[in-house]
Design a protein around this ligand. Sequence first.
Ligand code: GLA
Length: 377
Amino acid sequence: MLVNRPPMGWNTWNTFGWNISDKLVRESADAFVDLGFKKAGYEYIVVDDCWSKKVRNAENFRLEADPDKFPEGMKAVADYVHGKGLKFGMYSCAGQRTCGDFPGSFDHEFLDAETFASWGVDFLKYDFCYKPAFIEGQLLYRRMGMALRACGRDILYSACNWGSDNVWQWIRSTGAHMYRSTGDIFDTPESYRKIAASQLDKLGASANNCFNDVDMLTVGMYGKGNVGSKGCTDADYRSQFALWCLFSAPLMLGCDIRSINEQSLKLVTNPDLIRIDQDAEARPPMCQTENGWDGTKHILMKHLDDGRYALGLFNFEEHDQEISVTYSDFGLPASAGYDVSCRDVLGDDGEKVYREYMRAKVPAHDCKVYICTLVKR
Ligand code: GLA
């Protein structure tokens, strides 16, 4: 199965945790179509942990849906999602129990892959809680990788071992199409910044068919729901979303998309940012930071497949700051004879041509993102 673009979708966990249902999933699939997510490129509706009964079926050992949450079973939900022209994702765990203490797939990998295939599942998030101590995590990801390929259906394999065991070094070999590289996100500025900082030197390992997943987005949560915590401002959501796009990371929304506000909807459906994320080459950005990533001014510049560049300026300070970009730092010496034309994709600065360097005022916690073209003088 080829996965040549970072997967885009929505996952129940960040907002709803254990509080999930058939109704929630169907309404979210409706929102995908009605509010324009689908048109913007979002595709997967994913049910995370806490969907199953507390124990497997005693006779055939199969996983079964919790009848209170999903009274018609998971196939009916998958059918509904497919009926909207979308894809359906589910969750299991490499250990004996899931993180929410439901049955895990350990020693039932091939049976569970068959069950998911029979329900019409298109995406499997595979977590890492309750791993038996006697077996290596890597082997468990290999097992599910083989089980999914044997199950007779294309199922995108989303590994989630939180970056343990130097995951970026071996995960591609297991057949996974994306891999969680960090612990869980919370809806705070500190959380998304820490996640981004921890992956800057590992993005070179993220590439087509196996993308570094820096966790589900908190954009639009404003502190509400399962990982709500103290929440973020719109400036922080712009920075979070722009970082994920400059990383070519999977874009899995985590807010209640049925009631997303206008600013957040506009942000996560911004065609230029999505274009940057979904770039066919999926290259990591070149990074320039003042005082390392602990500092407050960060500049990321990324090659795009059509010869243009994406440029992001991030201000992690509590007040507005000027951020200057010196193009020679990214490989364009002044003597080369090229200027840089930059189009502001988030604000309304329009398109301007700069020689050798540019400077922009960036509000506290906010960012500026440009799509740039080199022009011969
Ligand atoms: C782990 C994962 C989360 C979520 C929960 C569910 O913490 O990292 O993304 O799936 O388990 O229990």
